[in-house]
Design a protein around this ligand. Structure first.
Ligand code: TRP
Length: 331
């Protein structure tokens, strides 16, 4: 039996090169050997952005375009929007019955966000239950493998505990999923910090070559290299980190590395070389993106098909769950 994979992303807007080099490249590989379910988790987006949900639909479309452009293939994996499959909400409710408040209150991501996010009121019932919905997402498909970044490991642990707890009350129905930690190459943003939409330092998959160059040209480099004649240290340069991900020319990389240390190559030339590699990698991706952008009916079909496929599996699990709970049968 082929193993099942589930993963999801919140529709927060256009995806960037960090998403591409981390999650998406790995997801595209997985669709070849596993039965993959990839969900745009709009309910999760609403949990933190309920005060203004006006962007959610458009953001779902952007994420879908970026997924398809990056090589997720609706013939090889199931691509769907979470809210299109009502069983997510239903299993979330069932799991909430057995979710100890302590597990959720102690979750490190919850504590961190409640403390650090000032511009939204996250002290809601649903936000505390974020990991419950995530557990429902995964367990609904009885996924064996969940590819995510390290930042999601506490949620995965709660998912596993939730499966054990459900099974201990109602019988062995929900298998415990394994986390697959995605190898995430370091992709810094234009300011040298981790690339992130919230820092405003990202290079997006959808950026045109000239938009990309306008972000790469002024990028910070090794701060100690003030003049063209100063030698630099690539290990202290975010442009070099991105070379390591997108530059496939080993000889050129050796040249750049030693050229930087000897002031043989200037930062602008180094950035021009990087830009060329990004354009090489992104060319076909952007071509695909504009193809899908011009085909709104095709996007609708893909999501309708995805929701139908997802619901086939989800409804089987949900029937088992309802039976196990012992509710009065509708007949
Ligand atoms: N919480 C995940 C994130 O913010 C998104 C997510 C929701 C998810 N449900 C999931 C990831 C299920 C993996 C599996 O990145």
């Amino acid at each position: 039996m082929v193993q099942r994979v589930f993963s999801g992303m919140r529709p927060t807007g256009k995806l960037h090169l960090g998403h591409l080099a981390g999650a998406l490249t790995n997801w595209v590989k997985l669709q070849e050997g596993y039965q993959c379910f990839y969900s745009i988790v709009d309910w999760h987006a609403l949990m933190s952005d309920y005060a203004d949900s006006s962007m959610i639909a458009e953001n779902c479309r952007e994420v879908l375009l970026d997924w398809l452009a990056s090589g997720l293939d609706p013939e090889k994996c199931v691509i769907f929007v979470q809210s299109h499959v009502p069983q997510h909400a239903e299993l979330h409710l069932a799991l909430s019955m057995i979710s100890p408040l302590g597990w959720l209150q102690r979750c490190p991501t919850y504590k961190e966000q409640i403390l650090n996010i000032q511009n939204k009121d996250l002290s809601t019932y649903a936000f505390l239950g974020y990991p419950v919905l995530m557990a429902a997402d995964i367990l609904l498909y009885k996924a064996e493998i969940v590819p995510v970044g390290e930042d999601q490991s506490a949620h995965l642990e709660i998912t596993r505990e939730m499966a054990r707890r459900f099974n201990s009350f109602f019988g062995n129905i929900l298998p415990e999923p394994q986390i697959m930690l995605t190898p995430t190459p370091k992709v810094p943003g234009t300011d040298g910090r981790k690339m992130s939409k919230s820092y405003g330092n990202s290079i997006n998959i959808a950026d045109t070559p000239s938009e990309m160059w306008n972000k790469i040209r002024p990028m910070i480099t090794d701060p100690a290299r003030e003049r063209r004649t100063d030698p630099g240290d690539p290990e202290k340069c975010p442009v070099w980190d991105i070379h390591k991900v997108f530059n496939n020319n080993e000889e050129e990389k050796v040249e750049i590395f030693s050229g930087c240390r000897t002031a043989g190559i200037g930062c602008v030339d180094c950035k021009k070389k990087l830009q060329a590699h990004i354009e090489r990698v992104m060319g076909p991706i952007q071509e695909k993106r504009s193809f899908y952008e011009k085909s709104p009916d095709l996007l609708t079909d893909i999501l309708r098909h995805g929701a139908r496929k997802a619901e086939e599996t989800a409804s089987l699990t949900m029937e088992e769950v309802i039976r196990a709970l012992g509710f009065f049968r509708r007949g």
